[in-house]
Design a protein around this ligand. Structure first.
Ligand SMILES: Cc1cc2nc3c(=O)[nH]c(=O)nc-3n(C[C@H](O)[C@H](O)[C@H](O)COP(=O)(O)OP(=O)(O)OC[C@H]3O[C@@H](n4cnc5c(N)ncnc54)[C@H](O)[C@@H]3O)c2cc1C
Length: 471
């Protein structure tokens, strides 16, 4: 039987030789073996995904140094775990035993912003918000907007194909990645594409690497597409006395000609948790659901907002707050971004789901999650990107109570199964990481899994890149 890379340290490597070679290849302060720092870096934002004890943390500053690290790892068959800011929620950046943790925290250069090609060229460790702000300062727009954009990197966003608030209009990270520089398992550096708007020579390796969660190569530079800056946000926040009414209103917005740039939903459980977490946000409490619909259209914006108001009222909204002031909307969205910590605060522990289903199945998804909550006795609050059919049910539990821990894992498994049963996926944007590997065979056929593992073997024949993750 093949040993499980998550629990078994690699057999062959000589740790002393590995450290010596890494120290020879990198500046002295870029090779960290201090146990406290290693422990602090061993886990991402998922509370429950397993992790192992790493051998060393390396902090390369450029592509050459990343390549040198991988040459050492390849020669000694040492696992390498790429890490951005470890905001991931599936354990993708968690350490495996004996691993080299390869952090991109020193790779933060924004190399070029081009107004005619409408691209930005960056190193992978740039914080997403810093990139958004840098291009906005030049009148340009990078739309991908994960709720974690202030605490995640472009490299992490690319490796997870991160989604977020604006996907309903603009698409996900993949839609803005024009070309990548990638260091392969043996240290070879490749470019996947020229970075032009169009490029169809050969197979699409850029698309393959996007969403591969560090299992196919380390992204060391990205060429990302940009758009002209949109108009300031305006929109509505509407509350409802039933989840179904809110979901039907959301689907009516999508079916209308007034495509929003953001369409977010939270149920009553989440609304109460957010209000407690962020009292300053002035959230309307007491409702069973809230929708936030935002437009960033200049000319059509007023008509869009009026359409959202009418749709909400036609679906029996309790109250509709119309905001032509972007600051008010940003305040609501800031509160909404705290979905995970706010729900975790209820009982001290949480499992953050990330299911996506066809929008037509959303009412059934929410109904049956309510059943799972009642059967397990745990609060499950759901919110997220309703316009994409991508919601985050968050299971709250007390980590000190073994009964609740078991119940939380049971609820987790049942929600993943439910998403697949409804024609959807176990992960819309957070990725498989470690946490959802067990759910993969429920969603992908044996042949599809075999093809994917074959691709991984071609690019990483020794299996050193983020082993035990994704596939
Ligand atoms: C409060 C909160 C809100 C969130 N909201 C969203 C959301 O709206 N949408 C969303 O999609 N996600 C969301 N996330 C999840 C998370 O922020 C994203 O998955 C993000 O893309 C991870 O980026 P990171 O830099 O933290 O990467 P990490 O967590 O460090 O790593 C994530 C994965 O990418 C790999 N990786 C990192 N850098 C590289 C690289 N240079 N080359 C190859 N592989 C690499 C890692 O090995 C790992 O598998 C949220 C998380 C939190 C805590």
């Amino acid at each position: 039987m093949t040993p499980d890379p998550l629990t078994t340290a690699p057999t062959a490597p000589d740790p002393g030789a590995v450290l010596d070679e890494l120290r020879a290849a990198l500046p002295a302060d870029a090779v960290v073996t201090d146990p406290d720092r290693l422990t602090a870096r061993a886990q991402d934002g998922s509370a429950t995904a397993p992790t192992g004890a790493p051998l060393v943390l390396v902090l390369p500053a450029d592509t050459g140094q990343v390549s040198a690290v991988l040459r050492v790892a390849y020669a000694h068959r040492v696992p390498v775990v790429p890490q951005g800011l470890r905001s991931g929620l599936a354990g993708g950046a968690n350490a495996v035993p004996g691993a080299i943790l390869l952090s991109t925290e020193r790779m933060t250069a924004i190399r070029r912003i081009d107004h005619v090609d409408q691209v930005v060229v960056v190193q992978p460790g740039v914080v997403t918000k810093d990139l958004v702000d840098a291009v906005a300062a030049e009148g340009l727009f990078y739309p991908p907007d994960p709720a974690s954009y202030a605490i995640s990197t472009i490299g992490g966003n690319i490796a997870t194909n991160a989604g977020g608030m604006r996907c309903v209009k603009y698409g996900v990270t993949r839609d803005f990645v024009r070309a990548l520089e990638v260091v392969l398992a043996d240290g070879t550096v490749i470019r996947t594409a020229p970075g032009t708007v169009k490029a169809v020579a050969g197979l699409d390796l850029t698309a393959l690497v996007v969403g591969s969660e560090g299992t196919l190569g380390v992204v060391t530079e990205a060429t990302l597409g940009l758009l002209p800056a949109p108009a300031p946000d305006r929109g509505v926040a509407a509350t409802f006395d039933s989840v179904t009414a809110a979901l039907e209103a959301a689907n009516a917005v999508i079916a209308s000609p007034h495509r929003p740039s953001t369409l977010e939903f939270v149920d009553g459980e989440v609304l109460a948790a957010l209000a407690a977490h962020d009292p300053e946000a002035g959230l309307p409490v007491g409702a069973r659901a809230m929708l936030i619909a935002i437009t960033d259209e200049a000319e059509a914006g007023l008509g869009d907002v009026e359409a959202y108001r009418q749709i909400a009222e036609a679906h029996g909204a309790l109250a509709v707050d119309v905001a032509h002031d972007p600051e008010r909307l940003h305040q609501l969205m800031r509160a909404r971004r705290a979905l995970n910590p706010a729900m975790r605060a209820i009982r001290g522990g949480s499992i953050n789901e990330d299911v996506a289903v066809p929008r037509t199945r959303l009412p059934e998804l929410l109904d049956r999650i309510a059943d799972i909550s009642a059967q397990t006795g745990l609060p499950i609050g759901t919110g997220g990107h309703v316009g994409d059919g991508n919601l985050h049910p968050v299971i709250a539990f007390d980590p000190a109570d073994p009964v609740q821990v078991d119940a939380a894992h049971d609820a987790h498994t049942r929600i993943l199964g439910l998403a697949v049963e409804l024609g959807g996926t176990v992960t819309g944007e957070h990725g498989i990481g470690v946490e959802k590997r067990g759910a993969l065979p429920g969603e992908l056929s044996p042949r599809v899994l075999e093809i994917q593992r074959g691709i991984k073997d071609v690019l990483d024949p020794l299996g050193i890149l983020n082993p035990g993750k994704k596939l």
